[in-house]
Design a protein around this ligand. Sequence first.
Ligand code: HEM
Length: 412
Amino acid sequence: MADTEPTAQQPQASGQPAAVPLPTERSCPFSPADGYRVLREQGVARLAFPSGPLGWVVTRHADAKALLTDTRFSARQEGLVPPVPSELHYAAPAEPGAFAKTDDPQHSHYRKLLTGFFTVRRVREMLPLIERVTREQLDRLAEAGPGADLVEHFAEPLPARVMGEFLGIPEADLEPLQRHVNALGNITSTIPEAITAITGLGEFLGSFVPPLIETPDEGPVGDLVRTGKVDDKELMNLVSTMINGGLDTTGNMLAQGVFALLQHPDQLALLREGPELMDGAVEELLRYLTISHLGASRWALEDTEFGGRQVKQGEVVVVALGAANRDPERFADADRLDLTRADHSHLAFGHGSHQCLGQHLARATLSVAWRGLLDRFPDLQLAVPAEQITMRENYVHYGPLALPVSWTREVR
Ligand code: HEM
């Protein structure tokens, strides 16, 4: 793919910039793809989608916010195309309840049913659960011993178990669920692999949800049943939305944050010495690392003008969240990880009506988990050279595939 990466291309005679594929090549595992620098200079840039059509990519912070709040652009699944080579293209409208890929009025109708579960107050009530699961996963990491993979023993299972206990999912079901969610988040999955994952998820939901419709529990699924506002299909898709959100995101950010801290010892030392920096550190790491590295996509509902470009009806616009979060127009010294940075106006959770539903849960989980890890292992370090860490290039959410770590001291 390297030879098709963007270069400093001149606008074409038409005044439109030349189309390039979405940049993916990185020289640093903590920074967005290198090609975004050139694209940011162009403003709204022309994008060539692998399946053929042309679209646009937005890399500036101000443009990203404007686009994500612009109702001339739709999040509906049927108009979206993968911005990178992938067999996984869902050309049909999202199913009832799967609101992330819909517009209003469906979007707000379903989203409102879940917002109450993920407020700051509800997440505060979940802290004892997050703290207990963190302690248990730290024990499992410690049992695995120096050299253990932090992703396998800590980062991946921790948020999955939190979401699992919150929803009442038995722990034994989480590992297969995680496999299915991973397969669906892998853009290089084949169609048969995706079908296996969708079938597996469907079988789980088919066994988990109906008994709760029959006898609602005291948790969120029971609450949803008691609203009387959702049928079986909608309920399954709402539960599936929460499972996907819980199992495919925070774990990657957790591991990627540890990797970044270990590679920025000055910042790690600041955080070890100043626990009060944690809330700001969470925001800065979210900005700096922006794990939703393929961005957020929307498509034009009508022929329209955006950012000085003529966007045609149906054209897809990718909002490169990672590039926007490094926009020097918005963030001073944008490419520097600075845990004391006061500007937290990053777009790592998106922006506008589709802004991440689980953001308060993610923040709380990251904060508790990073604090717990740093306290338990005061001299945590990588167990292999950083160059040997393989990254999740092929996944919707970026982070290390595995992160072997070691330590000589443990504080219980
Ligand atoms: C560090 C962790 C996370 C990151 C970086 C992240 C990132 C994002 C981003 C960028 C979006 C917006 C996508 C768009 O506009 O197209 C989003 C939406 C969403 N996220 Fe998260 N997320 C995280 C954790 C979670 C968690 C823990 C949940 C659990 C409930 C969750 C559930 C959702 C849902 C349901 C949406 C769709 C919201 C809507 O369309 O209204 N996310 N997330």
